[in-house]
Write a protein of this length. Structure first.
Length: 287
């Protein structure tokens, strides 16, 4: 694999907690409560939205932008004018949001995942875990939730029934869904590829440090690690490509900054270390 080309380094006032990569646009959420849309062509900030408390997660789909916060709320904005569409509320901090069609799914430290209707603002369903829900994915007839109770739940969002439970040995740090598979990362440095229909384990990958973030585009999986590296994995054979390490070490010690968020789309990778930057890279065609 050739070397990736650094396109931009986006500088923020606080460390990045969430990323979305869309055509021509990068969306960053940061710990100072700011959500910013950046132009991929020149690396400039186009528009920013301010939350009163730290933003923990962000999702974007078409003309809708949603973010969850430590103040237990979810703000939903209409793009591009930035009008506030909805303000949803959990009982405790929100750790994950996902958008699909006219619905939004959210996961919270209150041990629940909730699906909300973006048209009416009503709550469509609540799904219970035994501990905080920090990861979530939403499809047409599938809700996937990852929890600190060391399980991933697969739910029918219409019938509000649990389809499968995927047990883990540690709490879930990230998950993605793609092409009949669910990929989960856990605090014990393990990444597992699961069959979405049967719940069977297809592959298990062991890493040198905890995987904090994950994103997928086609068969290419991007993982952000606590040790400051970004790992690429080629599916379905789970072939691990050489790690990418491109940010400086911490000013206070020899430890690198953890990669809190990653995003990948159409040969572009965005990786956000804890040094208040987001690095935009163009991957070689061999990926």
């Amino acid at each position: 694999m050739g070397q990736p080309q650094r396109i931009h380094t986006l500088h923020l006032n606080s460390w990045v907690t969430g990323l979305v990569l869309e055509e021509g646009v990068v969306v960053t959420a940061s710990n100072d409560g700011v959500v910013t849309m950046w132009d991929l062509n020149d690396g400039t900030a186009k528009v920013s939205f301010k939350h009163l408390q730290p933003v923990t997660t962000v999702a974007s789909l078409g003309h809708v932008l949603a973010c969850g916060s430590t103040d237990s709320s979810i703000s939903v904005w209409k793009l591009p004018n930035g009008d506030l569409m909805h303000k949803f509320q959990h009982a405790k901090p929100v750790g994950a949001v996902a958008l699909h069609g006219s619905k939004l799914a959210s996961g919270s430290d209150d041990c629940t995942a909730v699906i909300w209707c973006l048209s009416t603002g009503e709550q469509l369903g609540t799904f219970q875990h035994d501990d905080a829900v920090g990861c979530i994915a939403l499809q047409e007839e599938l809700l996937v939730t990852g929890s600190d109770d060391c399980t991933v739940g697969l739910w029918n969002p219409t019938k509000k029934t649990r389809l499968l439970t995927l047990p883990h040995k540690s709490w879930i740090t990230s998950l993605v869904v793609s092409k009949g598979a669910i990929i989960t990362a856990t605090f014990d440095k393990t990444v597992v590829v699961w069959d979405i229909f049967t719940g069977d384990q297809l592959n298990v990958l062991l890493f040198e440090d905890t995987v904090l973030s994950a994103a997928i585009d086609g068969n290419l999986l991007a993982l952000g690690l606590h040790n400051g590296s970004t790992s690429l994995v080629q599916l379905p054979d789970a072939r691990r490509l050489p790690d990418l390490t491109f940010q400086v070490s911490s000013d206070t010690d020899d430890d690198p900054y953890p990669i809190h968020a990653v995003a990948i789309r159409d040969g572009i990778l965005v990786s956000a270390p804890g040094d208040c930057t987001a690095v935009v890279l163009r991957l070689p065609t061999s990926c």
